[in-house]
Every structure is written in structure tokens, then in C-alpha cells.
Ligand binder design. Sequence first.
Ligand code: SF4
Length: 561
Amino acid sequence: MHDSASSAPTTLAPRRPLTGGSQRSNGQWKVDGTTPLNGNEAWKQEDGGLSVRERIESTYSRLGFDSIDPTDLHGRFRWWGLYTQRKPGIDGGKTATLEPEELEDKYFMLRVRIDGGQLSTEQLRVIGGISTEFARDSADLTDRQNIQLHWIRVEDVPEIWRRLEGVGLGTTEACGDVPRVVLGSPVAGIAADELIDPTPAIAAITERYIGDPELANLPRKFKTALTGHPSQDVVHEINDVAFVAVEHPELGVGYDLWVGGGLSTAPRLAERLGVFVEPDRVAEAWYGVTAIFRDYGYRRLRNKARLKFLLADWGTEKFRQVLEDEYLDAPLPDGPAAPTPTTPGDHIGVHRQKDGAFYIGVTPIVGRISGSGLTRLAEILEENGSRRLRTTPHQKLVLLDIPEHRVETVIAAVDEIGLSARPSAFRRSTIACTGLEYCKLAIVETKAAATRAVGELEKRLAGIELPAPISLHVNGCPNSCARIQTADIGLKGQLLPDGNGGQTPGFQVHLGGGLASSDRAEPGLGRTIRGLKVTTTDLPDYVERLVHRFLKDRENEETFA
Ligand code: SF4
């Protein structure tokens, strides 16, 4: 199925010549027309990403990896959550010099989309089973509530889809220039102190719009988050569109609408539009913001194509006006800002639910678990009377519906599979991206480096009381998948001089970032400290020194940020 016609806006401006005019086209469909301005835009219009599924099922899975058309392989496969993974043994120095085909293996990373992070134990067993059978027992929790598997062969993809879809899961638009997974509060409908349950709003968005060809050709990826919890637990400031629960003095509880956040190489925090969205208008408002991005987003240069660049040029006032005038049935009322959170948004530890049972937030180290670990976790939950759990945007899990007398039994059992409900400060607040192990863009290894750092810091700083956890976010390149700029200590992978004329893996250090949910009064992006770089080997020493210095020089209630 070709989606090029249906993915264009219904009312188009006339096509404008790209040369000879004084103003250069940014590729905004409603302003400049839909003529593609780069190769990526051309293939997306010619034959959209969703259409590749049919070819995977009918041809590629039968004939194998070498039969895959290169544009499908490096483009359209992403619309179904599939990326080729990095060939083992290629060091980070070659990332920029080799061609993509020289870097890639004949295996895929498969991203399972988990909107709102909501999983049943039945679904968990299916993912665990797929991992052990088809993915060499790999499974990583991502910081966008997905689970990623590796070592997937194209031959196995149709069977994997059949199993996932049999339990209501899937990989539709898990990657690509589309509305990605919708982040949702991991305690939606559960927490006693929740303002509103965002689950119906998340379902309204995903059921209506995910897989809809009308929204399947956006200028770039598009990230969404919704929370009804006062801890604001979905990192809303770095999403393209976000809805944060707030109480309006006359209209009751609804959502504060944020737009235009994003990290990577030009980080920008989202901004409030100053409107109040009533719960039954969330899907309409979400569609409006997404359609603005589709119709007005910049498509000429991919590195300028995120919504944040349009917002930077328009400002919030114009953005709101266009949203209300061109995309909504009626204007949105003005709305208040949600209060700054006073509790951390990672939900680690034991908490009472609104129905009297308990939820337990647990963490592996840097999101790494295994297929057999997921299957065992499903068994533990079911043995203890629970059939539900959530993934979180912090590479963690929240186990739901645990009866009070089973809490300690569950904590002890999950500890045996590497999930801690009472982690050290560093295990709790360290996350890491995929890195050199599987990622073709990586310059340095991340997961093992972060795991080693956590282990060393637990030993060296044992007994030291930190006023608040210090977050460590380890990234294998500037793309910031593990949110470099929102950590107390953000690390951006790069190669550093080794002192002998060669290079060694290491990181550029960013300090002092944090979001509202991370125990700071005002969210802010971390600053690059010029010249401050640390090798992977020296990482534990560096963090240890920094912590000692912070504790020694800290004045009154001063936080690390
Ligand atoms: Fe890959 Fe870079 Fe993203 Fe890490 S930050 S997963 S290395 S693209």
C-alpha cells in the first residue's frame, strides 16, 4: 500500500520554484508545497514506510537478508521497529569512516512498542519467549518505555509479529518519521495521589492514529508524553508534545499542554502553550499539534526537521493561534501551570495503591535484563497474585497489585533476577543508551562502562549519604538517546587522545542538567564544560572525585544541580 497521496495535507499551497526566488524553501508542505527536497523525503512520498510490511511478510522473510531492497532496509524497515544492528568487533573510530553497509550486521534490533508502558504478565511472557527463541535471550528496557530485542533475523519477523499481535502488542511505528510510542505515567490508574488517569487519553490517541497513513510521513520522529501524576514522571519537557495533569480553578482536572521539546545535538526544553486541555479533548489537541508538524514542519534538512525548530521560529503565541484557527473545533481555554513536583518520578521502592494493594518500583542496572529474566518475572508476579506491570521512562519497572503480605517475598524473588527495589543511589539514577555493542552510530561502548562505574561507586561510596541521587546518563554518541543534557552528570561518547598518539574511548562531560521530576525546582539543560573529558577507564575515579568535592563544598541545602 502506497501512502504518499494520503500522507500529504488536504489543502496545499501551490508548488513554489526552489531556485530563482529570494526566499529559500524549508520544505513546509503548507507553505512551500510538497515537492521533496531531499532523498529521504522523496522515498517517503513515493512509497511510505508502512507499506514495507507486506514485502517483509511475502518476500524478504522467505528469501532472506540479501533480498532486501536498500531503501527498505535503511528507511522503511524503521516504520516497523526494525534497525540493522552493528557488526560485532568494529571499533568506534570507524563509525564515521565506513559506509553503512560495512558497519551493519545481517541481524536486526526490534523495538516492541509499549504505549503507556502498560504490560500484562501474559504479554511479558510472550516478549520473554520471543527473546529466548529468536533474540539470543537479549532484552533491554529503553528510556521510552519500550523493550528492545537484538539478533533478530528477517526470516523470523512475521512469526514474531504474529505472537506480539496475538497479545495486543506490536512494532507499528516504533521507529521512523512517525508518532513514536506514547509515554504514559507508569502509575496511571494506580497511584493513590494521582490527579487523573491518562490511560483513556493514551488509548484515544493510539487507537485512532497509530498506523494511520495520514500521520505516517512526518518530517522527523515525533514524541508524545502524558501524565496524571504529580511527580510528572514522563520527562515531558523533552517531548514534541506533552500533556501534564493540572487542576483548573473552574474547569476541574485536565492537562497543561507543552510542545517543542527535544534533545540530540540542538537540545531544547518544551514550552507551555498556556492552554487547558479537558480530558476528552486530548486526542483532538494531540492530532492538531501532530498535524501542524506534518504540514508546517521543516523538511529540507533532517537536522532541522524536529518540531522544536518550528516552535523556535514561531513562538508559543503563533503556535497556539495556528493550532486553534486551523486544527481545532474550538479554541482552548487559558490554563494554569502544574505545580513543581516534590517527589521523584522514578517510582522506585514500595508504595500504596489507591485500592490498598502495593506497587513496587524496581531497577536492573542500566536497563539490561534478559528474555529469561522477563519470563521469570512474569512467573514471580503471578505466583504472588499480580498480573500487571509497567515499564518507565527511566529504564525501570513498576510491579503492580502486590498484596501487602507478599511485598517482601516479591522484593527478594526479583532481586535474584537482578531487579532491585532498594538500589544504591548510583544504580537508581544511572541510565545508558545502547552504545557500541549494537548501535551503528555509536562511537563508544556504554552499557558495560556504566555497569562497571555503578559497581565501583557502590563499593567506593558505600556508607556515604547523598542528599539526593546524582544522575549519570551514559551516551555512545552526541545523539543523546540516554538524555545527556538532563542529567547531573551527562556523558557524550567520543574518542580521546590516549597520550601515545592513539585514541581511547571516553566522554565529553555535561554537568548540572535535570528535569522537573528529578528533584530540582526548575528544569534545565546541563552545560558542556569545555575541555572536561574523561576516559571510560577513568569514569569511576572521576565521579567519585566529583561527589567528594560536592559534599565538601556544598553550602546549606545546595543540590548538585
Ligand atoms: Fe546509538 Fe548514539 Fe543513540 Fe547511543 S546515543 S543509542 S550510540 S545513536
